[in-house]
Design a protein around this ligand. Sequence first.
Ligand code: PXG
Length: 441
Amino acid sequence: MSVTATTPNDLEPFWMPFTANRQFKAAPRLFVGAKDMHYTTADSRSVLDGTAGLWCVNAGHARPKIVEAVQRQVEELDYAPAFQMGHPKIFELAARVANMAPEGIDHVFFTNSGSEAVDSALKIALAYHRTKGDGTRTRLIGRERGYHGVGFGGISVGGIVKNRMFFGSLLAGVDHLPHTHSIEHNAFSKGQPEWGAHLADELENIVTLHDASTIAAVIVEPMAGSTGVLMPPKGYLQRLREICTKHGILLIFDEVITGFGRLGEAFAADKFDVMPDMITCAKGLTNGVIPMGAVLVRKEIYDAFMDGPENAIELFHGYTYSGHPIAAAAGLATLDTYKEEGLFERCNEMASYWEDAVHSLKGLPHVIDLRNMGLIAGIELEPIADQPTARAFEAFLRCYDKGVLIRTTGDIIALSPPLIISKQNIDELFGTIADVLKTLP
Ligand code: PXG
């Protein structure tokens, strides 16, 4: 069968993820190439990447060092068994990632995606407490509007209704903190908003309700990406950390989006100066080139498992492709590229130009909030009455026609370009969005 994907019929067999399949297949948008800040479409147009793919291509597209490393690795060692065998590059990558992680977080468990990283972290939290003789600590706490991937663990602690409602009873014993988004109090904030630290105190109420001895872990995104770029209010994450510490609850930061430079540091934990017990990451770990995720854990957590007989497997968990050689090669070359080009510093250098560009949209039609940090922005639009998501999706289509890729979630435009973005690219991105906003229904 030849599938050249040139007519809508050819597109039929592929069941696309998180996509309106019939709408897409009636008017497909296909990328056939990418280099640095731009995609090339099937009809040979150049499209500025305002979203780093899906928040993952932090170093830009087709960067030479990463391309070469992957090409070399396929020839040298295409695959090595992940269990009871190893290969040098994955140990090297673990050491490099542990080195970049906040002080005290120094062991790395590899997965193939952010969703797997989240489910792995939740399982490690449960097994950790059990290993320590605290087996009653089984409850997991997430947050409304949280996105933690699509595994059963991730959607259970996640707080996006559509991602949960179709899929049965989910994990038992999960509670949710309230989300922190408030246009009423925080509209047009630059960086962290002032209002909302007290929302972390809801964790105390959850502890009072269930007793700390039943709670294993709290998982939050330090900055919630998928539900529309929701910044943590000043003091909020510190307060969560204090309450978790007080009650012996593990704090997990899901840094699948915020990891690897997006906020100007390797991890948001450093940016906000709040140390979690575990960090989940993916995306920017390999620049999106080869799928890979990871769970970073504190030494005490790893050590707790290293207690039994030396010939006993300590954690009954892992994937065929945990630490895949090609992903490891891509990861090492990605970290080299970040370092050699100073891309995390570059994010900080561009952040104020970016902030000014974001807030220049204030006053344009439909704009009810603008928020930014590092090289991330959220542009919230007033929804069309009775047609939620329609206005932002129309903005997405019109920007794409004008050669700019943005991402929308609900009626929020989320921007997260590669960290190599230039001022000229920023002008083009926001100039196009401004033009589109003026013409939207
Ligand atoms: N945690 C967080 C915080 C994420 O943002 C995942 C887990 C899951 O990762 P995987 O690799 O399993 O997809 C994510 C993924 C968007 C968008 O446009 C966001 C994600 C994925 C796709 C689209 O907001 N985040």
